[in-house]
Structures are given as structure tokens and as C-alpha cells.
Design a protein around this ligand. Sequence first.
Ligand SMILES: [Zn+2]
Length: 149
Amino acid sequence: MTEEPCQCDDCQRFYREHDRLIREFPTLKQQQELNWSSLQSFRTLCGKVTDELQKQLSEIDSGDADTSQDISCNFEEISETLSQLENINAYLYSIEALMERIFDVKVSEKIELKFKEIAKEIAPDPLNIDRLILNRLFHQTPDFPDKKI
Ligand SMILES: [Zn+2]
């Protein structure tokens, strides 16, 4: 008997997102670009927040903190967050160095078609009518009586 994949809310959200990314970016080139932009946007946002928090920290330190700021965090919270964000930034930086290498690979249009074909197989459109019928059949199968819809 094969083990059922976990169906908790977090995992289900992950499966959906995972499949969506395959469905919407079904070629090698699209996956390369998607993952590169995803890494870069993560770095940009974390980097900006880090800069901002550093500024806030030095303002608090020098005593001229603007107390009317909408987000007023205390010194400890900011320094704790800063060190965590700096860790993330370091990890992302290392990943970037490795990820650059994925652009070394380019494939022909024929192989890209293969990618698209496989993508359709492993991440079919959940709103596709065939899939909906299949799902309904699956949920009605007596072998899975306690399956929640
Ligand atoms: Zn889970």
C-alpha cells in the first residue's frame, strides 16, 4: 500500500502552488526565468527591509527616533530581526551564485515541447473538465469512503 501524501492545509496549498507553477511555466526557459526572478525579488525585498531596519536602529541608537512612525518596533525586536534577515540574505546570495549556472543550459524547441507535454501530464488544469470528472469519480469510489470533498 502506498503512503498517502499529507493533506493538511499547508501541504494542499503547496501542491496547488507547485502544480500552478508547472502549468503556467511549462518550459525549461520559463522555469529558469521564473526561478531567477523569484530569487531576485526575494533578495530585493529582504535587502530593502534590512536597510530600512538598520536605519531605524541607528536612529533609535542616536536618540532621534521618530516616535510617530506607524511601525514602531523596539530596539531588541529590530536587532533580532536584522540578524535573521542577514542570515536569509547570506543564504540567498549563495543560492544566487549556484543558480546562475542553470542558465548555462539551453535546449531546442523540440525539447521544450517535451517539457510542455510532461507539464500537462503532471500538472493538468484543475478546472479542466476531464480532471473534474476524474475527481468526481475518485471521490465516489467506495474504496475511499471517508474521503472529504
Ligand atoms: Zn501537511
